[in-house]
Design a binder for this molecule. Structure first.
Ligand SMILES: Nc1ncnc2c1ncn2[C@@H]1O[C@H](COP(=O)(O)OP(=O)(O)OP(=O)(O)O)[C@@H](O)[C@H]1O
Length: 493
């Protein structure tokens, strides 16, 4: 378990950490997220006793790391991928670490196989790519079969196979009751691996939570509508206190015409139903869900120290709040400023019409009205009164205006057909299924040939699977593979 208690640190008067507290629990992968310069590495260094905090303390399994008699069995750390001596081979680098920490020589071969470095074991570390250097750093971290893993951006530079392997390694270590602290900039990557999240910005903890809770709390639901009749749409929601309608920037995937609006606080099905009954022309009606990455960006974007410029021609990133003043928004505004898009310039092309989820006419929404044909306008149509999504019973006195929460069910013969929307794929942020039994493990390698070719079990020395006594019981021992003999002592790396 890694405990950070009220750690503060300044560098030349600049605050790097401000009262940082959190715990990376045994049996869990704790994702440590934050933008560049947020304080992740400084926190990890403080945990490992590499910097002295101005205030607070960091404990590993209840004690300061520096007090550990066998540091490599206590913590395996990846802080700097390029820390190996450039002129030393991968094998010799690991051997030197092993011998100076009382780790058996056979363990070097074991971690080399685990990390897929066998074919380059004799190559000098200075010639390694970033990805191979990361593997070497991870191999060094695993040498002592540690109870805690501290991994600072371990997937940086790794190929997809390596990324997957690190993910499985973290999960496996946690499943054995060990604590894994994993830093990253990428919420999507951390969400696939971590149980818990610690989010830091400008040296302060912004949130400590579980991945599941973060997803539940930060998944913003909104409806994105493109319509040539924005005023009519706004009138539909007048008086609906819990519903907010705001103009938003156009995305490349949006139809070119019409005004792009975001509606928050409304249900998709009910909204589509009311739009259909109000005969509101829509070119697009989509339920948006903020991805986990969006939610993370929303939380941290005000904490970003190194601000980038918008790439020309790209829609700005939206963090669940409407963007204003952008070129895209201005374009949307100019299109939407037509008094009545349907009767004038807002008449969509057939292609765009076919994307409409709510037909203009009850019978056929794929037929473009002939040029100049008289179309219903806002003036010609009855005004649409305010609707309240929260109100399940209609208080609308106009019989010809649909009600949220009331009226006919969608799909009834009297209703125009409502086409289903394509939900935004959030599967990439789902927790992976339970790990298979063949996840690689330090100290007890198993067949990972599907992931890492070099880590074939037959290449492991036979004695590696021998039981290894530990000097003291450790959390999760019941779940462990038999560990090796590691009477490590002294000599932090
Ligand atoms: N040795 C140092 N001397 C001066 N300033 C430092 C030192 N180490 C860190 N800092 C500063 O402390 C702050 C936190 O840095 P840190 O490296 O911990 O951030 P980080 O979250 O790991 O960033 P990144 O994701 O870019 O690695 C930054 O402003 C950084 O410039």
């Amino acid at each position: 378990m890694i405990t950070i208690e009220g750690v503060s640190k300044q560098f030349k008067g600049k605050i790097a950490l401000d009262q940082v507290s959190f715990t990376a629990e045994d049996g869990k992968v704790t994702g440590f997220l934050g933008p560049n310069g947020a304080g992740k590495s400084t926190t990890m260094r403080a945990a490992l006793g590499l910097i002295k905090p101005d205030a607070g303390r960091a404990l590993i399994d209840g004690k300061p790391f520096r007090e550990s008699a066998s540091p490599m069995a206590l913590v395996g750390a990846v802080l700097d991928a390029k820390s190996a001596h450039k002129g030393r081979s991968a094998y010799n680098h690991l051997l030197a670490l092993a011998l100076t920490n009382g780790i058996p020589k056979k363990r070097v071969n074991e971690v080399i196989a685990l990390t897929g470095l066998e074919s380059v074991r004799k190559r000098k570390a200075g010639s390694f790519s970033l990805g191979m250097s990361q593997r070497l750093s991870i191999a060094a971290a695993l040498l002592g079969d540690p109870h805690n893993l501290v991994l600072d951006e371990p997937v940086n530079g790794l190929d997809p196979e390596g990324v997957k392997w690190v993910r499985e390694l973290c999960r496996f270590y946690a499943s054995q009751g060990r604590a894994v602290l994993l830093s990253s900039h990428l919420m999507s990557e951390v969400a696939l691996t971590a149980d818990n999240l610690v989010i830091i910005g400008q040296g302060r903890i912004l949130e400590t939570t579980s991945v599941d809770r973060f997803v539940a709390e930060h998944s913003v639901h909104a409806i994105r509508v493109v319509t040539p009749e924005p005023d009519k749409l706004r009138r539909i929601f007048e008086g609906a206190n819990q519903v907010q309608v705001s103009e938003t920037a156009r995305l490349l995937s949006d139809p070119e015409r019409g005004v792009v609006l975001r509606i928050s606080g409304a249900q998709l099905e009910r909204t589509a139903q009311v739009f259909a009954q109000a005969q509101l022309v829509t070119y697009e009606l989509i339920e948006e869900r903020a991805s986990l990455e969006d939610a993370y960006m929303m939380l941290t974007h005000s904490q970003v120290q190194y601000v980038t410029r918008e790439v020309p021609g790209q829609a700005p990133v939206q963090y669940g709040t409407p963007q204003q003043g952008t070129a895209a928004a201005a374009r949307a505004q100019s299109v939407g400023s037509q008094p009545d898009g349907l009767a004038h310039t807002g008449v969509p092309s057939p292609t765009i019409v076919s994307q409409s989820l709510v037909p203009t006419q009850p019978t056929d929404n794929t037929v473009q009205p002939p040029d100049g044909a008289a179309q219903p306008t806002d003036a010609a149509q009855p005004a649409v009164p305010a609707q309240s999504l929260a109100t399940t019973q209609s208080d609308n006195t106009r019989p010809d205006v649909p009600q949220f929460g009331g009226g006919q069910p969608v799909g009834s013969p009297e209703q125009p057909q409502v086409f289903p929307v394509q939900p935004i794929d959030t599967s990439a942020y789902q927790q992976p299924p339970a790990q298979p039994n063949n996840v690689p493990a330090a100290g007890a390698p198993v067949d990972t040939s599907a992931d890492v070719e070099q880590s074939q079990p037959q290449e492991q020395p036979p004695e590696q699977s021998q039981p290894q006594p530990r000097t003291e019981p450790q959390a999760g021992d019941a779940n462990r593979q038999p560990p090796e003999q590691t009477t490590t002592q002294g000599g932090a790396r």
